[in-house]
Design a protein around this ligand. Structure first.
Ligand code: AMP
Ligand code: MG
Ligand code: MG
Length: 329
């Protein structure tokens, strides 16, 4: 009797399903991007360019990491749609190069063996390369990167299928930087629906306090009104969408509230998956899910409301003024 636990054919042939191979590549590609982000800072010249004003920056690290991630994945998976944040702009020195022309020192060919060994959830076994969409934020928290809030910075690679975020990798290049010289810098977390999330220790806010995490550099009246409406015991203002999801899954915050347009699909795709893998939820302010098809609007126009638990409480507290101002897609 044949036991169908995994993709029948791939388990038999020994070749893992495409989506598992993609996640295994994304893991090492995100680590390489993390190296790039650290190296640019170490060399000292960040090469800052304003995209749409002083609150929307691009650095050399964004440009090099974008090029590295997109070219590395696209060479190995040529039929996948890859959408990187910095492709969406034509500022500074960022120009799209065909993947084969990207310099070899930016290319990462490794695959995480630990991921290749996993059994692919049956619903994703037959997924084809051309059905996958990859959303890349090469540096999330660029503003904080330029201001020295280094643990706010992450590299985000999200994978979508049939419009839904199904797998994601988050590299945090400066994890442990406050421990000083000698500490091992950086870590990589990943998750896939049906498999779980790995690379961190799941924790909840221990005493059920409402600790709201929100933006530190993109605030406005709607954002603060909405945060206050949650009646939080504490508010934490930090940079990065990836970083705020890490706060939720590591018990530092109980809700991520951002009642404004501003984040894009590359900010939320990977973080949403890790959060969902541990029972959390990410929606817009109306409690509607975002879609991640290749042709969706990049902007998350109706804000971000993310929680590990008690999503309905936070949804119920969103003020009418916010609901009126921010419409779901
Ligand atoms: P924040 O929480 O402010 O760090 O934002 C999370 C992500 O959304 C980062 O990638 C920001 O660059 C992006 N973002 C949020 N608000 C804005 C905005 N008003 N303009 C440009 N990018 C934004
Ligand atoms: Mg970002
Ligand atoms: Mg970015």
């Amino acid at each position: 009797m044949e036991i169908m636990t995994a993709c029948g054919s791939s388990a038999m042939s020994g070749s893992p399903a495409v989506v598992l191979r993609l996640v295994a590549s994304a893991y090492t590609v995100a680590e390489k991007a993390g190296d790039i982000v650290r190296n640019v800072l170490h060399r000292g010249d960040l090469g800052i360019v304003e995209k749409e004003g002083a609150h929307d920056l691009q650095t050399l690290a964004d440009r090099l990491a974008q090029r590295s991630v997109c070219a590395s994945l696209s060479r190995r998976f040529p039929k996948i749609t890859i959408i990187g944040e910095e492709c969406a702009y034509s500022y500074g020195s960022m120009q799209e190069l065909p993947p084969e022309e990207v310099s070899e020192d930016l290319i990462e060919n490794g695959q995480a063996e630990e991921i290749l060994q996993k059994v692919c959830p049956v619903e994703y076994c037959g997924v084809k390369e051309e059905e996958l969409v990859v959303w890349v934020d090469p540096v999330d928290g660029t503003k904080e990167y330029t201001e020295g809030f280094l643990d706010n910075v992450t590299v985000l690679i999200g994978i979508a299928y049939a419009g839904r975020a199904i797998a994601g990798v988050i590299n945090q290049p400066f994890y442990n930087y406050q421990l000083g010289p000698g500490a091992r810098l950086g870590r990589t977390m990943w998750g896939m629906l049906g498999l779980g999330a790995f690379g961190f220790q799941l924790q909840e806010v221990w005493d059920n306090r409402r600790i709201v995490t929100t933006t530190r550099s993109h605030s406005n009246k709607l954002v603060t009104d909405c945060v206050n409406a949650m009646e939080p015991h504490e508010v934490i203002r930090v940079g990065g969408a990836g970083n705020k999801i890490i706060q939720l899954i590591e018990g530092k915050a109980s809700a991520y509230i951002f009642a404004s347009p501003g984040t894009k699909k590359w900010d939320t795709c990977a973080p949403e998956v890790l959060l969902r893998c541990v029972g959390g939820k990410l929606t817009d302010m109306h409690n509607n899910a975002y879609r991640y098809d290749a042709n969706v609007k990049r902007m998350n126009s109706a804000g971000v409301l993310a929680t590990l638990r008690n999503h309905e409480y936070y949804v119920s507290r969103v003020p009418e003024s916010v609901l009126q101002a921010l419409k779901s897609d």
